[in-house]
Write a protein that binds this ligand. Structure first.
Ligand code: C2E
Ligand code: MG
Ligand code: MG
Ligand code: MG
Length: 285
């Protein structure tokens, strides 16, 4: 027994972990050229009004079509881009593409209310001095009303945020850009703190939606969501829920008073034309 234990000591690190580290290194070094070579693309996932089921806009979700590894999700490369600083030009690219896309949707669906676009922001983009100027420049150049843009910032990025960090968000909010607190409920933030933040939307984390999966739903989850919704509404904040996968969840969340929903039940993230189809189905009945 001792011998085999001793033998194990010489099996160096877990080979899978090694492979992951090598890939991570390879991906990190490939990132800058990937941006130049246009290997990134964006999928859009509809945001649906829970009251009437209409499509109100979409969230932009970036992907990397890697020449060897195929399509990589953001969890594989956003942390690397944050680490190397590439997230700033990549984030700017995502914002510009998304704003352009929203403008095109609005032109093609002038009759529907203006379709909106949600774009995720990394903490590093928040501290980058060009954020406000870049955003204003993009909106003006492309001609999208600031109120059609929502920037999503995770709750954890704003925990303990000082005024310097909040200043650019406040400027954007004053211009009419919506700020959403993404993955809300996972960051242990002080609820009273919400008043201090320039946010207009709480985006409830998927973990709450999962609690609504069984019927009847978990009574504790119900109480928590009910409490969050009533707090949010009393502070004039909208509530969006993510990860809605079933009709039962959608119905439960609608009854609880959530405003907007997003999830596979409505549509998976997809190419921009999918939104045309969905919005069109909507408009015609
Ligand atoms: P997020 O902003 O919370 O986005 C929601 C994630 O949930 C997306 O994963 C989406 O595909 C997934 N999702 C949507 N509906 C369902 C559902 O019904 N069930 C389940 N199980 N999952 C659902 P995705 O696309 O892998 O993105 C992961 C995260 O990467 C995002 O989380 C966001 O934080 C980040 N991200 C994506 N695009 C960008 C970007 O352009 N910039 C930055 N900084 N972060 C991004
Ligand atoms: Mg998001
Ligand atoms: Mg989210
Ligand atoms: Mg999430």
């Amino acid at each position: 027994r001792a011998k085999s234990a001793g033998g194990n000591r010489y099996e160096l690190a877990d080979p899978e972990a090694d492979a992951r580290a090598i890939t991570r290194h390879g991906l990190t070094t490939a990132l800058p050229a990937a941006l130049d070579r246009n290997e990134f693309f964006i999928e859009y996932q509809p945001l649906v009004h829970l009251g009437d089921g209409s499509v109100r806009g979409a969230e932009a979700l970036v992907r990397w079509l890697h020449p060897q590894h195929g399509v990589l999700g953001p969890d594989r490369f956003i942390p690397l881009a944050e680490h190397t600083g590439l997230i700033v030009p990549l984030g700017r690219w995502v914002l510009e593409q998304s704003v352009r896309q929203a403008r095109e949707w609005q032109e093609r669906h002038a009759d529907a209310g203006p379709l909106r676009i949600n774009v995720n922001l990394s903490p590093c983009q928040l501290t980058h001095p060009g954020l406000v100027a870049d955003t204003v420049d993009i909106l003006e150049r492309i001609g999208l009303d600031p109120s059609s843009l929502c920037l999503e910032v995770t709750e954890s990025a704003l925990i303990g945020a000082d005024d310097d960090l909040l200043k650019p968000l406040r400027r954007l909010a004053e211009m009419g850009v919506d700020i959403a607190l993404d993955d809300f409920g996972t960051g242990y933030s002080n609820l009273a703190n919400l008043r201090r933040l320039p946010v207009s939307i709480l985006k409830l984390d998927r973990s709450f939606t999962q609690g609504m999966q069984q019927f009847p739903a978990d009574p504790v989850d119900l109480k928590i969501v009910e409490g969050i919704v009533s707090l949010a509404h009393s502070l004039d904040l909208g509530v969006t829920v993510e990860g809605v996968e079933t009709a039962a969840q959608a119905e439960q969340l609608r009854i609880l008073g959530c405003d907007t929903a997003q999830g596979w039940y409505y549509a998976r993230p997809g190419p921009p034309d999918r939104l045309h189809e969905l919005a069109l189905v909507d408009a015609t009945g």
